[in-house]
Design a protein around this ligand. Structure first.
Ligand code: G3H
Ligand code: ZN
Length: 284
């Protein structure tokens, strides 16, 4: 199967009452593991990469590689390739031009009016090509790649409707006590989530999935949540494999064997996340 358009994937989530995992990739091994995990579980979702991680490769390399992996592995579940935390209009444009099928423009660190302006500009471009846009309102705490946002303001429900209407974004990433990375503990504010969900004309996205207890993700799902992002959990599985191999043998050089094991470990982590957040739901 080809990469699926982001609007199609959102429709699939809605029709099947799913919250879709969005797994962060960086390189070939992560990409292979993520795609295989979705296929194994017979459920669709997002493979995504942030502006920061794209510095190691490029939108073109990632898009070509993902397309090729999808075809070679004969993947038959719907997967979209998403730009995560797109930090500039140029990144959004380049990813869409390279074949990404969904994008996020993250200008949440800017004052409200500037955030609106940046998202609207990206949305105009993305919508021309039929690509949906995720935006963020509020500041999520923790370390997001190389970026540690100054603000930790939670999403203000009073601003939500206005923001979505003016930006024309298709989904909204919320700051409701969720955090990036593994260093801080998330404390989801469900009262706030309810208010935000009520005010938002579009579905919500939860960043910082790693570390959030699964029963809380399932509870959040009842509040028009469509997507949950997982980065650190998968990266930890990947890196741990190499750390263990080195600890066992400081002269380890069988890169193929260790890389293969790391792919398997990431598949295992991703499949257990997929299972937990939708409680073993499978689509035939
Ligand atoms: O955008 C990516 C995510 O929000 C990942 O967060 O590393 O805490 O799972 P996480
Ligand atoms: Zn994030």
């Amino acid at each position: 199967m080809q990469l699926v358009n982001g609007y199609e994937l959102m429709k699939y989530a809605k029709e099947n009452h799913l919250v879709l995992p969005a797994f962060n990739t960086t390189d070939y091994e992560m990409t292979l593991a993520i795609v295989k995990a979705f296929d194994k579980m017979r459920l669709g979702g997002y493979i995504q990469i942030s502006s920061h991680n794209l510095k190691l490769s490029s939108p073109e390399i990632i898009a070509n590689m993902t397309r090729e992996v999808m075809q070679r592995e004969d993947i038959s579940v719907p997967i979209s390739l998403h730009l995560d935390h797109g930090k500039s209009f140029e990144d959004v444009k380049r990813c869409i031009d390279a074949g990404f099928t969904s994008v996020m423009v993250d200008s949440s660190q800017l004052p409200f009016e500037e955030n609106v302006k940046e998202v609207r500009k990206a949305a105009n471009y993305a919508h021309y090509f039929g690509i949906p846009v995720e935006a963020e309102l509020g500041g999520i705490r923790g370390k997001e790649d190389d970026n540690v946002p100054d603000s930790n303001a939670k999403t203000d429900p009073e601003q939500v409707y206005d923001f979505v209407e003016r930006t024309k974004c298709d989904s909204l990433a919320v700051a409701i006590g969720n955090v990036h990375g593994l260093a801080l503990s998330p404390q989801l504010d469900f009262t706030l989530l309810k208010k935000v969900a009520k005010a938002s004309p579009v579905p919500l996205v939860l960043h910082g999935g790693s570390g959030i207890p699964f029963d809380q993700v399932r509870r959040a799902k009842e509040n028009n949540l469509i997507k949950v992002n997982y980065g650190s959990d998968l990266r930890k599985s990947y890196i741990k494999t190499f750390g263990k191999a080195y600890d066992l043998n400081h002269n380890e050089f069988a890169l193929y064997d260790v890389a293969k094991q790391s792919v398997q470990n990431v598949i295992d982590t991703a499949t257990s996340i997929i299972t937990e957040i939708n409680v073993k739901k499978q689509i035939s």
